[in-house]
Design a protein around this ligand. Structure first.
Ligand code: NAD
Length: 319
């Protein structure tokens, strides 16, 4: 018998699909919704015969209702730079209209609510590392604003439903996460490097590669979500790996893990590309007893089989 029923929006995506696995593991039954804009049904294939799991293909920008749920996990949104640049208007729409619909479900059924926000709320940060109290340095009209401002609006709306409608809400600010089920061609650093290294192509580094990122392995990230979902914290919480790498260092790790002989090729830095990004996770540590356990090299090794399959069998490629 399931203890509770959870709705996951964006369930066929990278994080949504891993979250479905974790929620089933926690004893929930799960109703998963997705319009397959950037996600793939293959990510949920292994759950097809689980009687506690149900998939509905629908666009959450249209009003929808899946019946009574106890928890709403709102993860629908194109998340990679390639995707949100192609689907700019839809990204703003799902961050606004779609988020209204997800919150309305939580409000209607008295369900708890959890929104996936992002480190992009900090923009090109002037404070380093980034604490949750930092308000960010975001260009509201630049090419990345379709994503950054959609996510900032999603946070504002979530806090408004909490304050005005007393919805029991949580906000996670996710930092770069990687692992199996990522799309191969989504423009994010790890899949890009893994694909290029495995196929023997040059690894593309933008700028001089000195810009830094911190990479969190997906199982650590999901563990943080589950812990936050069980807490009473309504204000945003950073979940990410604070160990910082330059992009160049990351490229070298990928070459080592894949055993690839590829070279590194330098290209101009895209507009508004953040120079550094690293979470301050003091809050998550203190409040949730959470910190990541898997270092970059181990995580890359754990992802290698998936990326090999994706790179050579053309799985994981965008439609
Ligand atoms: N992966 C990361 O490193 C990262 C970092 C920060 C924040 N996030 C956030 O986490 C969430 C999930 O990201 P992801 O990496 O899994 O991305 P993803 O693209 O793999 O998954 C997003 C899913 O949402 C679905 N979707 C988009 N619009 C929809 C709509 N209107 N109706 C129904 N479904 C819709 C897509 O089809 C896709 O399956 C996003 O909200 C993203 O902003 C992710």
């Amino acid at each position: 018998m399931s203890k509770s029923r959870a709705l996951v929006t964006g369930a066929a995506g990278f994080l949504g699909s891993h979250l479905c696995d974790a929620l089933l593991g926690e004893g929930y039954s799960v109703v998963a919704v997705d319009n397959l804009l950037t996600g793939r049904q293959a990510n949920l294939e292994h759950l097809r015969n689980d009687s506690r799991f149900e998939f509905r293909q629908l666009d959450i920008n249209q009003p929808f209702d899946v019946g009574k749920v106890d928890y709403v996990f709102h993860f629908a949104c194109p998340a990679s730079p390639v995707d949100y640049m192609v689907h700019g208007i839809l990204t703003l729409k799902v961050g606004s209209v779609g988020t209204f619909h997800a919150l309305d479900i939580a409000h209607k059924y008295g369900a708890k609510y959890f929104i996936s926000s992002t480190s992009e709320c900090y923009g090109d940060p002037l404070e380093h590392p980034q604490k949750e109290t930092y308000w960010g340095n975001v260009n509201p009209i630049g090419p990345r604003s379709v994503y950054d401002e959609a996510k900032r609006f999603g946070e504002a709306l979530t806090m408004a439903y909490h304050r005005y409608h007393k919805v029991d809400t949580r906000i996670v600010r996710i930092f770069n996460t990687y692992g199996p089920r990522m799309q191969l061609n989504d423009g994010r650093v790890v899949p890009n490097f893994m694909k290029q290294a495995l196929r023997g192509e040059d690894l593309t580094v933008y700028g001089d590669g000195s810009q830094t990122r911190s990479f969190c392995y997906v199982s650590d990230e999901i563990d943080g979500f589950i812990r936050l979902s069980k807490s009473d914290e309504h204000l945003p919480t950073n979940i990410g790996n604070p160990t910082e790498f330059t992009i160049l260092e990351c490229a070298r790790r990928v070459l080592a893990v894949t055993g690839s002989k590829s070279s590194i090729r330098y290209e101009p830095l895209p507009q508004d590309d953040p120079k550094q990004r690293r979470p301050d996770i003091t809050k998550a540590k203190t409040l949730l007893g959470w910190e990541p356990k898997i270092d970059l090299e181990t995580g890359l090794k754990m992802s290698l089989e998936y990326f090999k399959k994706a790179a050579f069998e053309d799985q994981g490629t965008r439609k």
